[in-house]
Design a binder for this molecule. Structure first.
Ligand code: ZN
Length: 279
């Protein structure tokens, strides 16, 4: 009976899942002075905080995934952004994946989101409440991928304003969006275009945008990324992403490189394994 139940659970969780790694098994943060360790795509997180399911102007989606954890700077940033979105009457901001309770790599899906400084925010703003929409709630794509433009039936000025509000925040290092979204932002008239340098084109970011914060001050083990190039990034940088400038043959998908986690993260894993044995 138990065996059948677990089989059912596998079937309903989206079938062929790779076995969770040690980081995916942690149910709670490590309660110590908060510090991101390593780089965005190869690291872990000490002293994570959970973002509350609901706050002023925002709601967390897919809370059951337990990916609503982050460095306190990320939690503060998202709470502040929710308040700004509410003040500007843009709608309800939906926060998706941040990091796992102790950060670390995922078996599949995200490459980054490992140090508690990355967060995905859905682009639709028209949901009133997502409490009733549990489980596999999906976002909505804002891009007509064939025409390589934003889909005006769903993309409005409100999405552009929300992204600008996020980019204007000093804590933000980069924001990833689909190139067609960057194009739409570039084509709009803005009184200042400085913030556009933080908006970086990247595939798959058509139904959400991905905010990446800078390393917190004094976090000696946090590896920063070099700042984005100067300028608004609306010229050749962006054109390189257009379909006509893409290679004819799609690049062969390389397997995820095996990365060696920073020594501090490895030590934390060992420490957790030893304390589990003692329990
Ligand atoms: Zn992301």
């Amino acid at each position: 009976m138990i065996r059948n139940l677990s089989l059912l659970a596998i079937l309903f969780s989206g079938a062929v899942c790779a076995a969770p790694n040690s980081w995916e098994k942690f149910q709670s943060p490590l309660e110590r002075t908060p510090e991101p360790i390593g780089s965005y795509a190869n690291g872990c997180l000490i002293g994570a905080e959970a973002l509350s399911a609901k706050g002023k102007g925002y709601q967390v989606v897919r809370l059951n995934r337990k990916r609503n954890y982050g460095h306190p700077n990320l939690v503060d940033f998202l709470e502040d952004l929710g308040k700004k979105v509410k003040k500007e009457n843009l709608g309800l901001m939906l926060v998706a994946d941040m990091a796992m309770p102790r950060g670390g790599p995922f078996t599949k899906g995200h490459t980054s989101h490992q140090t508690g400084l990355d967060a995905d925010i859905w682009l639709p703003l028209n949901y009133k409440n997502v409490d009733s929409l549990k489980g596999n709630l999906q976002s909505v794509s804002m891009v007509d991928k064939k025409a390589f433009v934003v889909n005006k039936r769903v993309w409005t000025d409100k999405q552009a304003q929300m992204i600008k509000l996020a980019a204007d925040d000093k804590r933000v290092a980069r924001i990833f969006v689909h190139p067609a979204i960057k194009k739409a932002l570039c084509e709009k008239k803005w009184s200042s275009r400085k913030w556009l340098s933080k908006i970086r084109p990247w595939w798959k970011h058509d139904s959400h945008f991905h905010v990446r914060l800078k390393c917190p001050a004094g976090a000696v083990e946090c590896k920063p990324q070099s700042p984005p190039p100067a300028g608004d990034g609306c010229g050749a940088d962006l054109a390189a992403w257009y379909p006509e400038n893409q290679p004819d043959k799609p690049a062969v998908k390389k397997p995820r490189p095996k990365r060696i986690l920073p020594a501090t993260c490895q030590a934390l894993l060992k420490e957790a394994a030893i304390s589990a044995l003692k329990d």
